[in-house]
Ligand binder design. Structure first.
Ligand SMILES: [Zn+2]
Length: 88
């Protein structure tokens, strides 16, 4: 064996094999979670959030962590919504 270095074409092939959709940049999650309060408020107001916040809507489909955050915020928003109704 002359050397054990991986040839460049082989490194490239390994990089290409990574599924790009599952490499979620951390700042995409941060942006998504910053938008969530607005997203949820508008969603509860029956606004078309899929077209108002396309990046957030798409991100929630592919990111379980942000979807979890979204569900927690929806529960909070619903709870305060019904509290407000009762106090009227
Ligand atoms: Zn995320």
């Amino acid at each position: 064996m002359l050397h054990s270095t991986t040839p460049p074409w082989r490194q490239l092939a390994e990089q290409l094999r990574q599924p790009a959709a599952f490499q979620l940049p951390a700042d995409q999650c941060r942006q998504c979670q910053e938008a969530l309060p607005y997203f949820i408020t508008d969603e509860l107001a029956d606004l078309p959030v899929d077209s108002l916040y396309p990046e957030t809507a798409v991100h929630l489909d592919i990111c379980p962590a942000c979807l979890h955050e979204y569900e927690a915020l929806v529960h909070l928003a619903m709870a305060s919504f019904y509290l407000d109704e009762e106090n009227k």
